[in-house]
Design a protein around this ligand. Structure first.
Ligand code: SAH
Length: 469
């Protein structure tokens, strides 16, 4: 984050605008909207737009070139002089006094930038690109305009008028939050949006009267977060991520995905490294029970799909045993996500009529996989957790009848900016994988479908782009 967004209270404060052209007028309008009074320093007539403001009592025009003493008593400075030398002078003088200064269209001279604003007062959405592309910010604002009902601000005022009452009713903060989430997304909100504010207030009062102040009922959301790329989350996952009180996650869940969880949710890391179990599974199961019994909405966030090599089944079995309510949200499993992003269809009329998902995590360096069932023709094998065991896996599959020339691929961090795809054959892949020094997680795909990769690959990750450059 290059800039910290904040909201300034400028009511009854005076700001300096240097310049009197159309651009200065636009910035003036913005400051007037925020309730500020303005001193406009411009050595000439002001552009006609200035005379159209209805807040003339809050604008005073000084016919003078910029001088440092104009900064006395100012809260903030905007320079729209459209003259490099003057802009520079304003910027330097303001910075010397630690006054926030913005010079229109000259990011290097600014200590703050003005965002694109979506005004649903008292709710305000500010969008910034740190000066990189104001147009992009405006385009995003236009999209949000269509998404956020015009009366969202009225809903905020209604909520404000009930704030104290709601606070008095519920002693637990989480209960308050749940109450507001329900109200702000339910019929009360719909009534405000359709202009029936009195009815909305009455309904809100009735809803509040009916609520009991008791400690909240906790719940566990067992959510699949997909293979790493946040675009591949489901809507339901996102919704639950944004309302959970605590997030229990491990190392398969990427940082960009964690970022999308509610800001103030508590985070508990229970990650495991191979052969280095950070938190034993039984402890994780009991942790979920304990947190839910404390009344929390617990998000158990898992990579991929919770029911595919995710031990999700064990976790909810414990919940059932302890009478804790839960829901399960499927995710895109690594096999599906990684295969798509590597351009390797897992089944194909000409090459494979079935696909098998197996774990390559070898217990005690041996494995009890059904090699005969895997070494079948016209089948794709997807191996999770297989990097360490790859030499043994490849050897056994050949021993049980697959050709050493069977196409095979290993994909590092599929669907993410660090995706890398290494292809070869059953025989050559173990060595290629070592040479490539892949970073976990990696997924192995074995079968003739892998030969389609070169024709069908469509996704080029950041790492691949950098390697080519
Ligand atoms: N429940 C998860 C799998 C957990 S097992 C799912 O449905 O995807 C962990 C293994 O998944 C890793 O060792 C790796 O083999 C695979 N995996 C998960 N995400 C991956 C990714 N983005 N790229 C490659 N492999 C991945």
């Amino acid at each position: 984050m290059n800039f910290l967004p904040i909201f300034l209270d400028l009511r009854d404060k005076t700001c300096l605008v240097v310049g009197g052209g159309e651009t200065a007028a636009r910035k003036t309008a913005m400051l007037l909207n925020a309730g500020a009074s303005l001193l406009v320093a411009h050595d000439g007539d002001l552009a006609p737009a200035f005379s159209e403001f209805k807040e003339q009592d809050r604008i005073s025009h000084k016919r003078t070139p910029f001088s440092e003493d104009l900064l006395d008593g100012m809260e903030l400075v905007i320079s729209a002089a459209e003259d490099d030398a003057i802009d520079q002078q304003v910027s330097e003088a303001a910075r010397a006094r630690h006054l926030p200064v913005n010079v229109v269209d000259k990011p290097a001279m600014c200590t703050f930038v003005l965002p694109a604003i979506l005004d649903r007062s008292p709710m305000i959405v500010a969008i910034g690109t740190g000066g990189a592309s104001p147009v992009l910010a405006r385009l995003l604002r236009a999209r949000l305009e269509t998404l956020i009902p015009a009366s969202y601000g009225r809903l905020a005022y209604l909520a404000e008028s009930f704030r104290e009452k709601v606070k008095a009713k519920f002693s637990h903060a989480p209960m308050r939050r749940i109450f507001w989430e329900k109200v702000l997304q339910g019929p009360v909100a719909e009534m405000v949006f359709s202009g029936k504010e009195d009815d909305a207030a009455k309904l809100l009062q009735r809803t509040l009267d009916k609520e009991q102040d008791e400690s909240p009922q906790g719940e566990v959301y067992l959510v699949g977060a997909g293979p790493g790329n946040p675009d591949l989350l489901t809507f339901r996952a996102l919704r639950l991520m944004q309302q959970a009180d605590v997030v229990v996650h491990d190392n398969l869940v990427s940082e960009p995905i964690l970022e999308m969880c509610r800001r103030d949710a508590e985070r508990v890391y229970v990650g495991k490294q191979r052969a280095n179990h950070a938190v034993p599974q039984e402890d994780i199961n009991m942790l979920l029970v304990r947190l839910a019994k404390e009344g929390k909405r617990v998000l158990r966030l898992k990579g991929g799909d919770p029911f595919i090599f995710g031990r999700g089944g064990e976790e909810i079995e414990t919940l059932v045993d302890h009478g804790v309510p839960f829901q399960v949200v499927p995710g895109i499993t690594a096999a599906a996500g990684v295969a798509s992003y590597a351009g390797i269809p897992l089944t194909h009329r000409d090459y494979a009529q079935s696909v098998t998902f197996v774990t390559g995590h070898l217990k005690d360096d041996s494995t009890n996989l059904d090699w005969d069932a895997m070494a079948k023709p016209n089948q794709t094998i997807v191996i999770y957790m297989g990097l360490q065991g790859l030499p043994i896996l490849s050897e056994e599959l050949v021993k049980h009848g697959l050709s050493p020339q069977t196409p095979a691929a290993i994909v590092q961090q599929g669907t993410t900016p660090h995706q890398r795809v290494v292809t070869g054959t059953l025989e050559s892949l173990p060595e290629l994988a070592v040479e490539a020094q892949l970073k976990p997680p990696t997924l192995i795909i074995v079968g003739n479908v892998v030969s389609l990769h070169h024709k069908l690959k469509w996704f080029v990750s950041e790492d691949e782009r950098n390697a080519e450059a």
